[in-house]
Design a protein around this ligand. Structure first.
Ligand SMILES: [Zn+2]
Length: 107
């Protein structure tokens, strides 16, 4: 079979493409933890306590979103609106995000 992300040939049994590191979906059974899967509880706790710094996104591999939240907090800390916006953003993420950036579900 071929990787849906980069198109390179991957083994039928491969859970992750060796070329780009994206999960192929093989072996990812809903409700069954995958090796290397991250903890949803840890993601939520990081979001609650350090969400303004994007730490929960760094944890789950969403580096771009984490950097954006970190920058908004660092440069917008003296304004109420940006912090409020980041707070809502983080809240929505910890409710809706159930897998890391590779598509591997949280345990
Ligand atoms: Zn690939």
């Amino acid at each position: 079979m071929f990787c849906k992300n980069c198109g390179s040939e991957v083994s039928e049994k491969a859970a992750v493409c060796v070329k780009c590191g994206v999960a192929t979906g093989v072996g990812v059974i809903p409700g069954v933890p995958v090796a290397g899967a991250k903890s949803r509880v840890a993601y939520i706790l990081l979001g609650i306590f350090l969400g303004g710094f994007g730490i929960h996104n760094f944890y789950a591999g969403y580096t771009g979103k984490g950097v954006a939240q970190l920058l908004i907090t660092l440069f917008g800390f003296w304004l109420v609106l940006p912090l409020f916006a980041v707070g809502i953003w983080v809240l929505v993420e910890i409710i809706t995000v159930k897998a890391d950036s590779q598509g591997v579900p949280f345990t």
